[in-house]
Ligand binder design. Structure first.
Ligand SMILES: [Zn+2]
Length: 168
């Protein structure tokens, strides 16, 4: 697999490894933690296994690599020069899967935010952006939803409950 990765992507990986021995997911988690947000890790019962979820904001966060998940317009979303068809097919599938997972999450009443790996190069801006996103989510989050959700969580049927309850 490594052989197929573009030199650009490889050097990006290398710089990450040299710079910090921490995965992008962990860096986003510790940042949000420092900002005082409460979250849960990889809810495997949710579509696409979000990297973390913030129940209070009913927000699922994905931390996506720009190369594999095709960050639009990003310089790290390169396409290797060889095996172009293979890569094109792979990327199309990845993007389709992401789109489908996000649509399913939204259908369950979750809001979805993607953190692109290149955003981690400027943690301050990322922190600002997430703060804005989450405060907007909080504003649209109805108190009745939260109450229903807390009740549902106690009964272990947390995901999707508030959304369905509201629709009826
Ligand atoms: Zn990017």
């Amino acid at each position: 697999m490594t052989d197929h990765i573009s030199t650009e992507h490889r050097s990006w990986n290398m710089s990450r490894i040299k710079g910090r021995d921490t995965s992008p997911e962990k860096r986003v988690r510790s940042m949000l933690h420092r900002m005082g947000y409460r979250f849960r890790l990889q809810r495997s019962d949710l579509p696409g296994k979000p990297d973390l979820v913030l129940p209070k904001y009913r927000t699922a966060v994905f931390v996506h690599g720009c190369f594999w998940h095709r960050h639009p317009g990003c310089k790290y979303a390169t396409t290797p020069k060889s095996n172009t068809h293979y890569w094109h097919d792979k990327f199309t599938k990845n993007v389709a899967r992401d789109t489908r997972n996000q649509a399913e999450l939204r259908a369950k009443g979750w809001r979805v935010t993607v953190v692109w790996e290149c955003e981690l190069r400027d943690m301050e801006s990322l922190a600002e952006r997430l703060k804005k996103v989450l405060s907007a989510h909080e504003l649209t989050y109805q108190t009745e939803d939260l109450t229903a959700e807390i009740a549902a969580e106690k009964h272990g049927e947390y995901a999707g409950y508030a959304y369905h309850a509201k629709k009826q």
